[in-house]
Design a protein around this ligand. Structure first.
Ligand code: KIV
Ligand code: ZN
Length: 535
């Protein structure tokens, strides 16, 4: 992870990003931002997401992923909440991660003791400072709150802990009072302060004001913690950074209480695009997002910035045409920056450019002269806004190519023998005759009879060939029913092309083999020029 950019990095950035030139124009007046550290709270505020409950093993896996992502701090949990939580934090501490591990604590001795017990040497302690919270939740006077804050910081320091201190609900707290609390904890030895927008209620300009005011009094680093209740978490975080905050509390995918916390990925991309600062290992973002989605079960909306399924998907003809010329026409940055991939989605509004782009992406070499026929079939399929899946497109394209190729077959299956049973390794032998008269006989084993047969065919045709998709469905009920097998194979001729085959029959193994042979012959039909423009 690089913090500062060399001139080569800047050039590379220019090739991968196409951000508004007005950003640099307005930022030229802002004090240059040298460094921003990510304080990840996925394991603490993220776990407070309704519906998420992480097991100790989940938390350890997430901590390891966060460390690989390169965050500076990991808030591993709330040590006082349970013995299991304390033990889990201990386990995370024992991993010896590069990141600084912390635990949250209220400003009470018992909570601080729990953090000490969890093996952390850094604590994040907080107390609410807004009138609303002091009156209705804490039932304490401002003087009592300030005294408690100082007492807690002193206690933690006496026990050898480094301390980050938060005024909870800072953005609804009286400025003079809040300044006095932050100043007092700074004097008591806090290492950094954090400014939480606990209910996500501030706007960017006000955040700039607030941080600038605090900077007048505070000399230790300032962190910011933005919630997204009004959809402004990222904007407010950027405003805070521009005003001098250097630590950002965030969660992967923006999970957290209610509408969540600011999303790490959104902050990180803005840091790199606008300030040339790489605050995490950017290419790990998509992978980390997927890990968190998988473990927490909180899946991203398709239109979630950066990590939603549609973030780099293009469907309309105009857009795909642009993207094929230069992806940056319709992308702010190239998906590989965050380890993601671009997708072309074929749907109702897709034109020939989209379909061509998708075929190219799928490695299908489709003859241009048959495009009108393909487009007509796709339009019928894509009625009512349905998107045409990759498998459907491969099937349709293949079918057209196949029809044009008449009945010519490059590979004919002459013999198929399959041995299977209990305590027997499934084994298959195939005899295949090529159009030039060559006969190949091969055998192989597999996890089941179908797998063994396909492996034997691969040996005979091309070992690089892979079965990308296999779908078996019963056409009628009963054990003597007919079945249908649809397969998509790749690399029949080692050129990455995909091809589709289907077969129907009473025997699963034989039908699977027939579908595979159909796919293989369709692919040969393409290359052997069986498809003639005049046909
Ligand atoms: O949102 C918040 O105020 C918090 C504090 C504990 C920092 O999560
Ligand atoms: Zn929070």
């Amino acid at each position: 992870m690089k913090k500062q950019q060399t001139s080569e990095d800047v050039k590379e950035l220019k090739d991968k990003f196409a951000i508004s030139q007005y950003n640099q124009l307005v930022l030229s007046g802002v004090d240059s931002i040298k460094d921003v550290e990510i304080f990840d709270t996925t394991l603490r505020d993220g776990e407070q997401t309704p519906g998420i409950a992480l097991s100790p093993e989940d938390k350890v896996r997430i901590a390891e992923a966060l460390d690989k992502l390169g965050v500076r701090y990991i808030e591993a949990g709330f040590a006082a909440s349970s013995e299991i939580e304390r033990d889990t934090i201990k386990k995370i501490n024992a991993l010896g991660l590069n990141a600084q591990v912390l635990s949250l604590a209220r400003s009470v001795k018992g909570d601080i003791d729990a953090v000490i017990d969890s093996g952390c040497d850094y604590i994040h302690t907080f107390i609410a400072t807004s009138d609303l919270h002091m009156k209705y939740k804490l039932k304490m006077t401002p003087e009592e709150v300030r005294a408690k804050a100082v007492e807690s910081v002193e206690y933690a320091r006496e026990h050898g802990l480094k301390v980050q201190f938060s005024c909870e609900d800072a953005t609804r707290s009286d400025l003079d009072f809040m300044k006095s609390v932050y100043k007092a904890v700074q004097d008591a030895g806090a290492c950094s302060i954090n400014v939480p927008d606990t209910v996500g209620v501030i706007i960017p300009k006000a955040m700039t004001y607030l941080i600038s005011e605090l900077k007048k009094e505070i000399t230790i680093p300032i962190a910011v913690h933005c919630h997204n209740d009004l959809g402004l978490a990222t904007a407010n975080t950027l405003a805070a950074i521009e005003a001098g905050a250097t630590i950002v509390h965030s969660t992967v995918n923006g999970i957290g209480e209610r509408a969540g916390n600011v999303a790490m990925e959104e902050v990180a991309i803005n840091m790199l695009a606008n300030y040339g600062i790489e605050c995490v290992n950017m290419e790990k973002i998509m992978e980390t997002s997927n890990i968190i989605q998988g473990i927490t079960g909180v899946h991203m909306a398709v239109n979630k910035a950066l990590v939603g399924a549609n973030a780099f998907a293009h469907s309309s003809g105009v857009h795909v045409h642009g993207v094929m010329g230069n992806a940056l026409t319709y992308e702010p940055f190239k998906p590989e920056v965050i380890g993601a991939q671009r997708h072309i989605v074929v749907g109702k509004l897709s034109g020939a450019h989209t379909v061509e782009g998708k075929l190219e992406e799928l490695g299908i070499k489709f003859p241009a002269e048959h495009m009108p026929e393909l487009m007509e079939t796709i339009k019928k399929l894509a009625v009512a806004g349905k998107t045409v899946t990759d498998a459907e497109l491969v099937a349709v394209a293949d079918d057209i190519m196949w029809k044009k190729s008449a009945d010519k077959k490059e590979c004919v299956l002459d013999e198929l023998t399959v041995i299977t049973g209990r305590s027997t390794t499934p084994t298959a032998t195939v005899k295949i005759t090529r159009a030039d008269g060559t006969v190949v006989t091969t055998s192989d084993i597999g996890v089941g009879p179908v797998n063994a047969a396909v492996n034997a065919i691969r040996k005979a045709v091309n070992e690089d060939m892979t079965l990308e998709e296999y779908k078996l469905s019963a056409i009628t009920g009963g054990s003597d029913s007919m079945c249908q097998v649809a397969v998509t194979v790749k690399n029949v001729q080692g050129d990455g092309n995909m091809s589709f085959g289907r077969a129907v029959g009473p025997d699963i193994v034989e039908t699977s083999v027939n579908a595979t042979m159909a796919a293989i012959n369709k692919d040969f039909a393409r290359i052997k020029n069986y498809i003639h423009p005049e046909e």
